[in-house]
Design a protein around this ligand. Structure first.
Ligand code: UD1
Length: 419
C-alpha cells in the first residue's frame, strides 16, 4: 500500500487550484441512469470514488467514456437493476443508484452499505421517502429491494436533512407521476448542482438549495452537458493548509459563499483571508488562536472539515472545543494526532483540544477519507517526518493531493508500494 511522507515546517506559498466536487460529481453521474441521450460531464475529479461510480454505472448498462476530467455517459440501454455488495461496500454513495433505477426501471436491488469507520450511517430515510412515493421496499439477504411500476408524487418531510437521501428522492421524483414536495431537506450546494444538471435534462424542479424542494414529475429526460462545481471540502482543506503552515497561499476556484462558516472560524483563529478574482488568499503571521466549533448540516461547519480543523486546534494557543453532531464516532484521527503530541480529550461528541507549541512528526495511520486529510495538515505543520499509511482512504476523495501541495512548497511525497 502507498504511503505519504511529509517533512513538516515549510510554509505554503503560491497558488493551488481546486478541482471538481466529488460529492456533486457522484450524484450527477448517478443521474445519468434516469434516461437516454448523451450526458457530458466536465470538471469531474479523478478520484477513486468517481472511478467506482463509473464502474457501477457500466455494470448497470450505461456506456461510459472518461477522458481526463470529462465523463461521457449514455444510458439508453440500462437493463440491470442490481448494485452488488462488492462495489457498494467500497463506496457508500453507491446508494445513489437506488432512486434513479427504481424510477426508471420500476425495480432496484442495491446492497445495503453496512457499517463504516465513522459510524452506523443508516439509509432508513431514503427508504421511507421512496415508500411514501408508493414503492414496495424490502430489505432481504443484505439487499434493499424496491419495486414500483411508477412512483407517485408525495409530500415527504425528512426527520433529518440527509444529503444523499435528499438526492435520491429528488432523482426518484423526476420521473414520478405528479408532484413531490420534499421538506426539511439538506441544503448543501452539491444538491443545487445536481438539480441544475437535472433541470438541463428536462426535469421540473424548484427550490433547489433551500429546505423545501418541489419536483413535478415528467415522463422522460434527455441528455445534457454540465460542469461540476468546485470542491468546497478540498478548497477548505487548502485554506487550512495555508493557515496551519503560516504561509501565503491563494486557493484558486474557492467559492467563498460555500465556506462561510469555516471562514468565520479561521479568521477568529487569527488568519487573514482576502477575496481576489482568482480565489481566496490565506495568510498567517501570528500564532493560531483557540476556537469552539460545532459541525452542523449546511450552511453550518461541515463535518468533512472537522478532522482538518482539529489539526489546527492542536497547535492553536489556548483550549479549543470541537463538537461533532453529524456522525458519531468521527474522531478516529484523535489517537493519531495524539501520536504526534496533540493534547486532546474526547467526551462523547466533544473533543477538548489544548493547543501545544508544535506537533512532532510520527508514523500514523489514515482511518477514513477526511481523517487522512487532517493528518496531512498535521504533518505539514509538525517538526520532522510524518508517514501516513493506508492512503487509499485519501485517494477516494482527494485528487493528487501530494502533487498539489508539493507544488506550493510542501515537502510531501507519495511512496509507492513496489508490487
Ligand atoms: C454526505 C456526504 C459526506 C458528508 C455527509 C454529511 C456524499 C457522497 N457524501 O454523506 O461526505 O460527510 O453527507 O455532510 O455527498 N442518516 C440517517 N438515516 C438516513 C440517512 C442519514 O439517520 O437514512 C443520518 C446519518 O447516520 C448521519 C446523518 O444522517 O448521522 C447525516 O448523514 P447524510 O447526510 O445522509 O450523509 P451522506 O449523505 O451519507
Amino acid at each position: 500500500m502507498d504511503q505519504i511522507r511529509i517533512i513538516g515546517g515549510s510554509p505554503l506559498h503560491g497558488v493551488v487550484e481546486v478541482g471538481g466536487a466529488k460529492n456533486a460529481a457522484l450524484p450527477i453521474l448517478a443521474a445519468s441512469l434516469l434516461g437516454g441521450g448523451e450526458c457530458i460531464i466536465d470538471h469531474v475529479p479523478q478520484v477513486r470514488d468517481v472511478i467506482t461510480m463509473t464502474k457501477l454505472l457500466a455494470l448497470l448498462g450505461v456506456e461510459v467514456q472518461a477522458e481526463g476530467e470529462r465523463v461521457m455517459l449514455e444510458a439508453s440501454n440500462v437493463q440491470s437493476i442490481e448494485a452488488p455488495y462488492d462495489l457498494v461496500k467500497t463506496m457508500r454513495a453507491s446508494i445513489l443508484a437506488l432512486g434513479p433505477l427504481l424510477t426508471r426501471l420500476g425495480e432496484a436491488k442495491v446492497s445495503l452499505p453496512g457499517g463504516c469507520a465513522i459510524g452506523t450511517r443508516p439509509v432508513n430515510l431514503h427508504l421511507k421517502g421512496l415508500a411514501m412515493m408508493g414503492a414496495e421496499v424490502r430489505v432481504e439477504h443484505g439487499y434493499i429491494h424496491a419495486k414500483a411500476s411508477r412512483l407517485k408524487g408525495a409530500r415527504i418531510d425528512l426527520d433529518f436533512p440527509t444529503v444523499t437521501g435528499t438526492e435520491n428522492l429528488i432523482m426518484a421524483a423526476c420521473l414520478a407521476k405528479g408532484t413531490t414536495s420534499l421538506h426539511h431537506v439538506a441544503r448543501e450546494p452539491e444538491i443545487a448542482d445536481l438539480c441544475a444538471f437535472l433541470v438541463k435534462r428536462g426535469a421540473k424542479i424548484s427550490g433547489a438549495g433551500t429546505d423545501t424542494i418541489t419536483i413535478e414529475g415528467v415522463s422522460e429526460l434527455q441528455g445534457a452537458k454540465h460542469w461540476v462545481m468546485p470542491d468546497r471540502v478540498e478548497a477548505g482543506t487548502f485554506v487550512m493548509a495555508g493557515a496551519i503552515t503560516g504561509g501565503d497561499l491563494t486557493v484558486k476556484g474557492c467559492v467563498t459563499d460555500h465556506l462561510g462558516n469555516l471562514f468565520t472560524k479561521i479568521q477568529e483563529m487569527g488568519v487573514k483571508l482576502a477575496e481576489h478574482a482568482e480565489g481566496v488568499r490565506v495568510r498567517r503571521t501570528a500564532p493560531l488562536q483557540a476556537v469552539e466549533v460545532k459541525t452542523l448540516p449546511y450552511p453550518g461547519f461541515p463535518t468533512d472539515l472537522q478532522a482538518q480543523m482539529m489539526a489546527l486546534m492542536s497547535v492553536a494557543e489556548g483550549t479549543s472545543v470541537m463538537t461533532e453532531t453529524i456522525f458519531e464516532g468521527r474522531f478516529l484521527h484523535v489517537p493519531e494526532l495524539q501520536r504526534m503530541g496533540a493534547s486532546i480529550e474526547v467526551d462523547g461528541p466533544h473533543a477538548v483540544v489544548k493547543g501545544i507549541s508544535a506537533l512532532t512528526g510520527a508514523p500514523v495511520m489514515a482511518s477514513d477519507l477526511r481523517a487522512s486529510a487532517g493528518l496531512v495538515l498535521a504533518g505539514l505543520a509538525a517538526e520532522g517526518e510524518t508517514t501516513i499509511s493506508r492512503v487509499y482512504h485519501l485517494d477516494r476523495g482527494y485528487e493528487r493531493l501530494e502533487e498539489k501541495l508539493g507544488a506550493v512548497g510542501g515537502q510531501i511525497q507519495r511512496i509507492r508500494e513496489v508490487a
